[in-house]
Design a protein around this ligand. Sequence first.
Ligand code: HEC
Ligand code: HEC
Length: 359
Amino acid sequence: MITSSPKVLLAALLLVSPLAQAAAPRPIPLLPPEEAAAAEADYQRYCALCHGPDRAGHANDHAPSLKSRSLLSTAFPWLLRESIAYGRPGTPMGGYLDEVGGPMSMAEVRRMMLWLHEKGGSPEPLRLGSDRVAGDVQAGAAVYGQYCASCHGEQGEGITGTALGNPAMLATTPDPFLRHAIEHGRDGTPMEGFAGTLSPTQMDDVTAFLRSRATGWNAEPRPLVPPPALADAVLNPEGEAPAFEFKNGHYITAADLDRILKEKRRFVLLDTRVASMWQLAHIKGSVPIPYYSDREAVVAALPTDGTWIISYCECPRAAADSVNKWLREKGFTNTAVLWEGIGGWVALGYPTTVGRAEP
Ligand code: HEC
Ligand code: HEC
């Protein structure tokens, strides 16, 4: 049972209901200490890898700050909840909700959202509404190219800054949320507010331009499939060991991985991202062993006869590197990490598959 007090549960439910958005501000309940401790433990296990142990962001994969007041006052409650539950497909931010294959129940996602808000000093939620911001898309494109593309990418694909052209990001963020971030920035991060640099009209234009990027959504919804067991993880059990040269220490290139898959070599391929991302797309033959897995259980199930174990994640390599590191600490020596990550793998034209791996 996640929430011990029915009062807290009720308050939490009211908070996340869109209806509550319109209602008068109500005090946000503080989590009982044991709930806060459990949320903190979840945070350190699932989130610290990228968002940093102190929530300041930018520890890996340019994950944004989860403590900036600018974010917490505009994203709390439901934008935070949506991002944690469903992630931002196409970015390293996967969904953590069990419904999409992740490790957390909705109650745990809510608890995380309440905890982040509380740890961030409980800033008063700003009622920005969800009205469209009207602006000139063409003019906004020019502003974007001049002031934003260097950090957010020419196509909004994200570099050091958030992937602003991402359909999942745009689907969960109303215009005033974007507009507020542009004007006020994100305190404590490289995202400075543009008030003073850009005119209000220019900020409206660039907001309208970002909104115009909200395309996609052609994919059919797919049912979740049970991932294969680690016990069945060895690919081509009768095959020979793979032969390849390390790149930069302990990495294997996408070209070599593609080759050893085609040569039907014997090895284990681990997908170390949050398990919901394996459901979305993965390299055929891989088994989801997220970076937060129970290490003892993984070690107990892996072959100890020197079979190669290759890990990958989203690029760059934070999750896979962390799994590879503890495998080496546990005495596995034949281990490697995919240098390009699955992002690079896809960009180079190598195939992925969805849902169940058909070995
Ligand atoms: C593998 C790295 C990684 C992990 C692990 C991760 N995130 Fe993220 N997260 C990201 C990245 C990268 C983004 C920005 C995505 C984008 O460009 O839209 C992000 C975005 C977010 C956002 C949206 C913030 C904003 O500014 O819009 C929230 C909220 C969030 N993450 C919460 C979490 C929580 C809570 C956890 C743990 C349950 C977690 N993340 C785990 C990488 C990660
Ligand atoms: C110096 C690099 C840089 C520049 C230039 C920059 N940004 Fe950002 N931006 C970032 C970073 C980094 C973040 C994530 C901040 C964090 O950690 O929360 C961000 C966050 C944002 C967010 C919030 C996204 C979210 O999910 O919370 C929006 C919106 C945004 N930027 C829009 C813009 C626009 C529009 C421009 C141009 C007018 C711009 N930015 C220019 C670095 C930059």
